[in-house]
Design a protein around this ligand. Structure first.
Ligand code: 16G
Ligand code: ZN
Length: 533
């Protein structure tokens, strides 16, 4: 097969709703599944072009809408190192998606080819995967057509979590190099993570069982499969919300997003003092932990708490390993709880950067550190080790048994952590590693700091695009004057903080507020929301 303009034109899939405008945003394309047929076709073409541009490197395509309702779907591209599509190509994705009719489509393709000096006869390789949504089967066919007319060598990897697909892309592109990331199979992923986990917890007593809420999504079958590689005496897991066949259950009253926004356990979970729970989202790239304390109060251990735990553990290992050249840093967004930032900077003394919402921003900032821990409060995050840090860990020779242990632990962490993107299974193993090594309960983990009460309000406005921010979304520059009014309100509250930004995934504006007490927080949030409305 080769790249064929007439075939690209004649096979185009028509738009179901002519007036709808598509945008490739922070989460790729995401909307009602019934609107996505035409988009999938074009994403197939785009993935081919991207691969041709990069000399035939394998590009990934993941079909999922993460924590969105079951009737939604979405798609995003994965670049050769397992990272999100390079930002400069997002505009091409949007232009392609909105091209109506064969001629318009061919024109946009020609523009992309010319702007990037793409040799259309160059080879192209694309792999793709999808989650458990009922709409995936149909959308996969549309994607396959786009891949076919543009002449890609396409491989269907089937049902996958989002982070597994990122892992596979990186493995394929690094195969047979000194930088090899692992075996490019699902089994290779399970083996890599399970072996690293066994090393990480060696000699320590197993913790009490962990209950995992899989949001009735792809995480359920994949976690079940993964556990076949880990004996029960190493990690004991109970899986709940694993119904991926009944319609209407995906993300419904369960999953990481539900738990984070509702600040409560999914209905039906038998959570009691002493038990340890976590929730994945619908494509298993996000995770939050939680428990109830001895008073029966629900306590959330979100992305900020995971970042704090990971940074603390890694810094101690680096210290014990005697590798002072490795500098650890943490990346957060404006949604990070003020107490977590305070803990990181004042207690752990670790540098913290704040960036705009969206994984790509966090990921790139984390690459600036030797070891970059990044997490969004919503539970999406991972840890990146720079090539130099990896090399130092590999080559440092231990002088004492304690030093050797720390180096081995660090080495295992580099294998355990999915460094391509946030990964619920991998992040869960990271948390379990740390808790097991410390022999900590969730209650002990939670003692690092106490979250300030916080509130997130969604405000539907006439035009969210008039809200322009600066300083990592923490301040508004437009509408002019509004930030001054927010500042004046915030000044009235002890530990007050509030910011306003337009959502990148919904047609709405988000207002975040935190303050010393629940009542003050709610009051601040509602007053700022009134300013915006
Ligand atoms: C997307 C982002 C997520 C972010 C969320 C914010 C990726 C892969 N996902 O889902 O990281 O937290 O958007 O949504 O980057 P918002 O803009 O609607 O608040
Ligand atoms: Zn997700």
């Amino acid at each position: 097969t080769s790249f064929d303009y007439s075939s690209i034109k004649s096979n185009i899939i028509a738009h179901k709703v002519e007036s709808y405008t598509y945008t490739y945003g922070t989460a790729g394309f995401r909307t009602k599944a019934e609107l996505l047929d035409s988009v999938m076709y074009k994403v197939g073409i785009l993935a081919t072009l991207r691969s041709k541009k990069l000399g035939g490197a394998t590009i990934g395509v993941m079909i999922t809408a993460s924590h969105n309702p079951e009737e939604d779907n979405g798609v995003k591209l994965v670049d050769p190192r397992g990272e999100m599509l390079e930002q400069s190509w997002e505009g091409y994705a949007t232009s392609l998606a909105n091209a109506k009719g064969g001629d318009a489509l061919a024109e946009v393709v020609e523009e992309i080819v010319a702007a990037n000096k793409i040799d259309t006869e160059a080879p192209a390789a694309v792999i793709y995967g999808y989650d458990t949504r009922p709409s995936c089967a149909e959308l996969v066919k549309c994607l396959e057509l786009g891949l076919e007319v543009s002449g890609a060598k396409a491989t269907n990897f089937g049902l996958k979590t989002t982070p597994m697909l990122h892992y596979l892309v990186r493995c394929i592109n690094t195969a047979n190099t000194s930088d090899s990331y692992g075996e490019p199979t699902e089994e290779g992923y399970y083996k890599k993570l399970s072996e690293a986990f066994k090393t990480s917890v060696k000699g320590k007593s197993r913790l009490s069982p962990l209950t995992v809420d899989c949001a009735n999504g792809v995480g359920a079958p994949k976690l079940r499969e993964f556990l076949r590689y880990l004996p029960e005496d190493v990690l004991s897991v109970n899986i709940m919300n694993d119904d991926v066949t009944s319609l209407g259950k995906l993300n419904k009253d369960c999953g990481a997003d539900y738990v984070k926004t509702q600040q409560r356990a999914p209905p039906g979970s038998k959570i009691a003092p002493g038990s340890r729970f976590c929730s994945y989202d619908g494509d298993a790239d996000r995770i939050v932990y939680y428990f109830v304390d001895s008073n029966g109060t629900f306590r959330l251990l979100d992305g900020d708490k995971i970042a704090g735990l990971a940074a603390m553990f890694i810094m101690e290992l680096v210290h014990d390993a005697g590798i002072s050249s490795i500098k650890v840093g943490v990346v957060q967004t404006a949604y990070a709880n003020g107490s977590s930032t305070n803990y990181l900077t004042k207690v752990l003394n670790v540098p913290v950067s704040c960036v705009s919402t969206g994984v790509k921003h966090l990921h790139h900032e984390a690459e600036k550190y030797d070891v970059g821990v990044y997490f969004e409060a919503n539970g999406h995050g991972t840890v990146l080790f720079s090539p130099e840090a990896l090399n130092t860990i590999k080559t440092t020779e231990a002088k004492t048994p304690a030093q050797k242990h720390a180096i081995d632990q660090l080495q295992a962490l580099t294998e355990l952590i999915n460094q391509t993107v946030g990964d619920a299974i991998s992040d869960m193993l990271l948390v379990e590693t740390i808790l097991t090594n410390r022999q900590w309960t969730c209650e002990e983990w939670n003692q690092a700091y106490t979250d300030l009460p916080n509130r997130l309000v969604k405000v539907v406005v006439k035009d969210r695009h008039i809200f322009k921010t600066t300083n990592a979304e923490r301040q508004l520059v437009e509408p002019v004057g509004l930030q001054g009014e927010i500042d004046a309100l915030v000044a009235k509250y002890a530990n007050g903080r509030s910011f306003v930004r337009a959502s990148g995934t919904e047609d709405a504006v988000r207002v975040y507020a935190e303050a010393s007490t629940r009542a003050e927080t709610d009051e601040l949030a509602s007053k700022v929301a009134q300013l915006v409305y």
